[in-house]
Design a protein around this ligand. Structure first.
Ligand code: PGA
Length: 236
């Protein structure tokens, strides 16, 4: 594990974008696993800037997103499809058919999870997975539990995650979906490289995840067992 501690979000975004762009420069047809939330926003901004400056092309890249709320339309401003389109995909040259997000409106959630698992296999697996970390240690929407869920699945969101994310919904908690589709631990651990980014507000949970025991009560702690993990965290 390589842990890079930087001063602030600006530095974090720059280093994370360097790492993701290096992956794409070295292997243009890379499969990138992408994440949402507030932390990756500045990383995507950096990637867009590099594309606009013609330093990189994503024309041959493929992406798969970690998770999506279940029961909201892709066109809904709170959906992760909308987030990815507006913060990254619409500003770079990735072909729309290469940018994959689970369908939060799928009638059969389990079937959608199986489809996504098959898709990741068909793409040859994930070359680099970008992750944030929740205050409760979740990665994707793998919430603290008494076991790790390996396969991609439909999860009931924890109260703390619903509260943390309710600020993004017009009517707060009442609008917030109760369920989400998330990559399970297996596809995340099978990614060839993992890049986890965290702001200064995540210091305590980073300590628990990487200096404590591997436990499903802190889902990110499983990453201690990943051979090619890079963490970029902010001091302030
Ligand atoms: P955040 O979320 O970047 O909005 O803090 C991270 C996460 O919950 O994975």
């Amino acid at each position: 594990m390589k842990w890079i501690k930087v001063k602030n979000k600006t530095e974090m975004a720059c280093i994370a974008a360097d790492i993701l762009c290096a992956q794409v420069l070295l292997k243009p047809e890379s499969v990138l696993g992408l994440a949402t939330g507030s932390t990756p926003l500045c990383v995507y901004e950096n990637m867009v800037k590099r594309y606009q400056e013609k330093k990189i092309s994503f024309a041959d890249s493929k992406t798969v997103n970690l998770d999506e709320y279940y029961g909201i339309q892709p066109s809904d401003e709170q959906s992760y499809r909308y987030y990815m389109d507006t913060n990254l995909f619409h500003h770079i040259d990735i072909p729309p058919e290469n940018a994959h997000v689970m369908n939060g409106m799928a009638k059969d959630a389990d079937e959608e999870c199986r489809r996504f698992t098959g898709l990741i296999h068909a793409l040859g697996g994930i070359d680099m997975q970008l992750l944030g970390i929740g205050h409760n240690g979740h990665i994707g929407f793998n919430e603290p539990d008494d076991h790790f869920t390996m396969d991609t699945y439909c999860v009931t969101l924890s109260e703390s995650t619903r509260k943390a994310n309710a600020i993004y919904f017009k009517n707060g908690l009442s609008d917030m979906p109760e369920k989400a589709l998330t990559m399970g631990i297996r596809p995340i651990m099978q990614a060839r490289r993992v890049l986890l980014i965290a702001g200064a507000d995540k210091k305590d949970i980073l300590q628990a995840a990487f200096n404590g025991p591997v436990t499903p009560q802190v889902p990110a702690s499983i990453l201690q067992l990943h051979r090619r993990l890079t963490v970029v965290s902010c001091e302030e």
